[in-house]
Design a binder for this molecule. Structure first.
Ligand code: NAD
Ligand code: IPM
Ligand code: MN
Length: 361
């Protein structure tokens, strides 16, 4: 198959992890006789520096034409003092909104090799395997008005949702649950927020169409607690934009590092943007320490969701498993034993596995 992939490396460790993602994609193409072509564009801080905007029109146009998009990370201290509409993060929010990428899938799986890398007890983390379905283009991130008032002494952000925006993410979550363990937890703050009360209404309306899925509602504060006391309880969590953002970083501790969590952001026509859940990690940028596995696992999601390449995706995941089995990891994974290697070396080891491993087919 021929596929055209737009790479948006961004800032900080973004370019390092994007290189790992590209190398893995290339090794999949070589191994499975596909042709992947790549085109790189600016987004975030680097785009502000080069084009005076965090989201150049060129970048959006290229992304619209791509078969899939990979994004590293945006942001950093260099741009932190800029006004809201000129921040690097605005580029990321802009591309999500302009491409209609409302469904953000964030799988969180504790690898058996890394159970002891989590600060939680091994017996708590064991068997946790959940999917956070985060609404990505609504809520507090996009609601208007958002402004300072009263000479800067008052401020307003707006949490707004249209019913249809909630319906489509809830439908996505039910469908995800149907191909997993058929247990959906809808997370909200319905004891306080009107938006959450409508969210509950929609979940209640939709559940008749998915009788095979067991659905429940949970308040976000309780869910935050249960995520670290009984993570294996969860299968699919569906929640609004900001709750999903916070809960996914919290859930990353199950895996031992934020550097392990991949994500896919999908729109109604199936176009996908794939990115690690973590940010630009300015504290380690340029040191070749960034864990590339979140990005490599995001590539596996791209192969599966955007290209329908199940076997290729499994090969990438198996290669990651094998490298972990051999005890290799980056410094963010706090293991007793094993071997700490650089980000590029870890990625090279994954590529070597893909290139050389035997398959029975
Ligand atoms: P961060 O995710 O960048 O880093 C949090 C901590 O995790 C840091 O200690 C970092 O070193 C570590 N970490 C993150 N990814 C890692 C990896 N792959 N390997 C090893 N360690 C890793 O969050 P932050 O520090 O709060 O934010 C830094 C910047 O990133 C901010 O400008 C923020 O807006 C931006 N950000 C961007 C995205 C994105 O582009 N999707 C996501 C989150 C944050
Ligand atoms: C993420 C990030 C972004 C978000 C920021 C950088 C806008 O934290 O992708 O999780 O909050 O969505
Ligand atoms: Mn986040």
């Amino acid at each position: 198959m021929e596929k055209h992939i737009v790479l948006l490396p961004g800032d900080g460790i973004g370019p390092e992890v994007t290189k790992a993602a590209k190398n893995v994609l290339q090794s999949v193409a070589d191994r499975f006789q596909h042709t992947f072509t790549f085109e790189t564009h600016d987004i975030g801080g680097v785009a502000i520096d080069n084009h005076e905007t965090p989201l150049p029109e060129d970048t959006v146009e290229a992304a619209r034409k791509a078969d899939a998009i990979f994004l590293g990370a945006v942001g950093g201290p260099k741009w932190d003092q800029l006004p809201g509409h000129m921040r690097p993060e605005k580029g990321l929010l802009g591309i999500r909104k302009q491409l209609g990428l409302f469904a953000n899938l964030r799988p969180v799986k504790a690898f058996p090799q890394l159970l002891h890398a989590s600060p939680l007890k091994q017996e708590v983390v064991a068997a946790s395997d959940l999917l956070i379905v985060r609404e990505l283009t609504g809520g507090l991130y996009f609601g208007e008005p958002r402004e300072r008032r009263n000479n800067g002494n008052a401020v307003v952000d707006t949490l707004a949702y249209e019913r249809r925006e909630i319906e489509r993410i809830v439908e996505q979550a039910f469908q995800s649950a149907q191909v997993r363990r058929k247990h959906l937890t809808s997370v909200d703050k319905a004891n306080v927020l009107e938006s959450s009360r409508m969210w509950r209404e929609v979940v209640e309306e939709k559940k008749a169409q998915y009788p095979d899925v067991k659905v429940e509602h949970m308040l976000v504060d309780a869910a935050a607690m249960k995520l670290v006391t009984h993570p294996a309880y969860f299968d699919v969590i569906v929640t609004e934009n900001m709750f999903g953002d916070i809960l996914s970083d919290e859930a990353s501790v199950l895996t031992g590092s934020l550097g392990m969590l991949p994500s896919a952001s999908l729109n109604e026509t199936g176009v996908g943007l794939y990115e690690p859940v973590h940010g630009s990690a300015p504290d380690i940028a340029g040191e070749n320490k960034a864990n590339p596995l979140a990005s490599i696992l995001s590539v596996a999601m791209m192969l599966k969701h955007s290209f329908g390449m199940e076997e290729e995706a499994e090969q990438v995941e198996a290669a990651v498993q094998e490298v972990l089995n051999e005890g290799y990891h980056t410094a963010d994974i706090d293991l007793v034993g094993g071997t700490v290697v650089s980000g590029s070396e870890l990625a090279r080891r994954v590529v070597d596995q893909i290139t050389t491993s035997d398959t029975t087919e």
